[in-house]
Design a protein around this ligand. Structure first.
Ligand code: GLA
Ligand code: GLA
Length: 687
């Protein structure tokens, strides 16, 4: 389906309202301007593959402006025209992910300074100074010329800001901005000294002018400084992004804006960054085919990643901006996706809330470091390869899923994820020093909810919890103002929560809560105090023994020594060591609700046992899924879409809702067989 400009404008926001499933990819014609034959073949082959969108110009600054102030957009307009004639939309990147050589030579201040204090040489990408006024000015000039040339193009459906934003700059300009940001935050240096606990090792500051960012060979001992530096970097990045979006919003107000986020990215607080965007999208490159991980486990981790990103803007579908049709070039071992996996992962992406799946990249370049990265079209230039055929079959499936566009995931459970918490944990000296395994904990709990057929959102601490029956708090080490109170009210009013080890150790400045963990009033809610934390060496373990059923689960990494309060039920006890027989998992009835506390890193069966008990208390409907089948649900005003995805290489029989399967086009009555890596999407019409 191809929508006119008028139709799209009347929908206000392309991604959510227009019923079109985007099938496309990154397209770099700027690398092929001397090969008109190839540019022509591209469009013909895109049509054959069922593509309806391309991302253009991601790294085209030098093609647009080869020398300062000399612009050339003729080639771009021509290509956009030809694409549009063939029903292919353009998503236009602002080409600021990589800067041209002339810019760096003439204005060295645009080069980023790394955490060792050394300024970068020109080269690579994603490495401009976030503050540099010259950089911002040159970008402004470029964007205005770009808009003059193609801003009115009927094929332009969205702006893609820069590329995979990230990184920190430690240059003098950024340092000065950091100090200004701190002044606004703390007002007085005493307040900063208190928040950062600077009496430690005599690191007291006398004025804001003394503060430096946490250079590698500088101040690394103040956790509050490190956290504020990361917060500042997000703020400064947002300020930079705003310098681009302000121009675009002013001059092309009907074109929505996004940028491609990354998997479990450590560098920026995406819950904040999303405020600059109309919808979110991300780039997903899972390690399909890793010998130490089943496809089912990889799919489960990917489902968590999708939920984490969509949770940044929970009221809108997201877009998968990039994925590979075959392999990447930057994993340690670059393995091909097995037949069927590309289609399965695309369907999973939609099941998790996407309104489109796109590739990096359409065609392999001849040179440069990405010459061997997977693409829809290989160096052989053919449109009948295995990969090309897999992409075509995937696009057929995506087209069949068009009715799903605009609907949203319908989740009974929520998992809380917070970037400040993640950073505070990463920076904390103690526990497992280098790898706290927050992501592992999140993914393991997420997968167990998934196995029960429970759709789970991953949301920030500001989320409204009342729409959920169950809330999971994995390693929520930091409680920010108001959050503990929110949990308390949620449980008091009948909600069910499951928290793990390391709950409520520090406040928003990383200062420890006094009076026992979990702090901030949570001890009362959970009816338990975590008095000590034992970290185990790799290969060491313990056991949890369930008091009622005698079920046993293995434990690794962390064991908290728990002191249950009177009236708290001990669900499981440790089976070994000097704390053998003492509580490992507890359950506390608080007000009208239930609070479970998991004091140790349990195996999958152990997590499943706790979650199943909590889901029963929360009265959440569970599904009986065969091993390796993933369930997801999206809902619109008129219909609910039930997705069952077979992540295994064997055929399986599944119990499903009755209704039309959008993928096979058949009516299904209560059960069906799914072939290896196949899926169904049952449409349940609502009255
Ligand atoms: C050394 C130092 C102390 C303290 C301890 C921590 O002994 O002298 O100040 O840092 O290590 O183990
Ligand atoms: C990222 C980038 C792309 C490309 C791919 C390769 O997603 O945005 O430009 O480098 O990685 O996988």
């Amino acid at each position: 389906m191809f929508y006119s400009v008028e139709e799209r404008e009347s929908t206000m926001n392309f991604i959510t309202k227009a019923p079109v499933m985007l099938c496309g990819g990154d397209y770099n014609p700027d690398q092929w301007l001397d090969r008109p034959d190839i540019l022509e073949a591209d469009i013909r082959m895109m049509k054959k593959a069922g593509m309806n969108s391309v991302t253009l110009g991601v790294f085209a600054w030098a093609a647009y402006e080869p020398r300062e102030g000399e612009y050339n957009f003729t080639w771009l307009r021509e290509i956009m025209d030809r694409l549009y004639d063939q029903g292919i939309y353009t998503e236009l990147a602002t080409p600021t992910g990589a800067k041209p050589n002339w810019l760096a030579r003439k204005y060295p201040e645009v080069l980023r300074v790394q955490s060792n204090g050394v300024r970068d040489h020109q080269g690579m990408r994603h490495n401009h100074c976030l503050t540099s006024p010259i950089y911002r000015q040159k970008v402004e000039e470029l964007l205005n010329h770009l808009i003059d040339s193609v801003g009115d193009h009927p094929g332009l459906i969205l702006w893609h800001i820069s590329n995979e934003l990230g990184g920190e700059c430690y240059c003098p300009l950024c340092q000065e901005r950091f100090r200004g940001w701190l002044k606004e935050k703390y007002h007085t240096i005493d307040a900063l000294n208190h928040a950062w606990w600077t009496s430690f090792w005599s690191h007291h500051y006398d004025s804001f002018d003394e503060v430096e960012p946490p250079f590698d060979n500088g101040e690394q001992s103040l956790n509050g400084l490190k956290l504020d530096w990361r917060r500042f970097t997000t703020w400064n990045m947002m300020d930079y992004v705003h310098s681009e979006t302000a121009i675009l919003r002013k001059r092309t107000p009907n074109v929505p804006i996004t940028t491609n986020l990354m998997e479990y990215f450590p560098g920026l607080d995406y819950h904040k960054l999303q405020r600059e965007l109309d919808f979110v999208c991300w780039d997903s490159y899972p390690h399909w085919g890793r010998p130490d991980r089943s496809t089912t486990v990889t799919a489960g981790m990917t489902a968590f990643d999708h939920a984490l990103i969509r949770g940044c803007k929970p009221d809108k579908p997201f877009l998968l901006m990039e994925s590979t049709p075959s392999l990447v070039n930057w994993h340690e071992y670059n393995k091909l996706k097995r037949p069927g996996v590309n289609r399965m992962s695309a369907i999973q992406t939609v099941a998790c809330g996407a309104d489109g799946v796109q590739y990096f990249q359409w065609r392999k370049g001849r040179g440069g470091s990405e010459q061997f990265h997977g693409a829809v079209v290989d160096h052989d230039g053919r449109d009948d390869t295995r990969v090309f055929n897999e992409v075509t079959a995937t696009n057929e499936a995506l087209a069949a899923l068009t009715p799903v566009c605009g609907s949203l995931p319908k989740a009974d459970a929520a998992m809380i994820f917070d970037w400040d918490n993640r950073w505070a944990l990463d920076d904390a000296w103690g526990m497992q020093i280098k790898q706290k395994n927050l992501r592992e904990t999140c993914c393991q709990l997420y997968a167990q909810l998934n196995h029960c057929g429970v759709e789970t959102d991953v949301v920030g601490v500001d989320a409204d919890l009342n729409r959920y029956k169950l809330v999971v708090l994995p390693m929520l080490f930091m409680t920010k103002p108001g959050f503990a109170q929110k949990i308390r009210e949620y449980v008091e009013n009948g909600g069910t929560v499951v928290a793990t080890y390391l709950l409520g150790y520090v406040d928003e400045s990383t200062l420890c809560w006094l009076g026992g963990f979990p702090g901030d009033g949570l001890r009362e809610v959970f009816g338990v105090t975590a008095s000590e934390l034992d970290t185990l060496y790799p290969g060491e373990g313990n056991r949890a023994i369930w008091v009622k059923s005698s079920q046993q689960s293995s434990i690794k990494d962390y064991c908290e020594l728990l002191q249950p309060a009177e009236g708290t039920e001990v669900v499981a006890v440790y089976g070994q060591d000097f704390y053998s027989g003492h509580a490992a998992v507890t359950h506390h009835v608080f007000g009208k609700g239930h609070a479970y506390y998991i004091g140790a890193r349990l195996d999958d069966a152990g997590n499943a046992a706790v979650l199943r008990a909590a889901l029963a208390d929360a009265k959440v409907h569970l599904r009986d899924l065969p091993q390796g089948v993933e369930y997801h649900c999206r809902e619109s005003e008129n219909a609910r879409y039930h997705f069952y995805i077979n992540t295994t290489q064997s055929a399986v029989k599944v119990q499903v809702e009755s209704g039309a399967d959008l993928l096979s086009g058949k009516n299904v009555l209560g059960s069906m067989e799914l072939k290896p890596y196949d899926a169904c999407a049952i449409e349940e019409k609502m009255k």
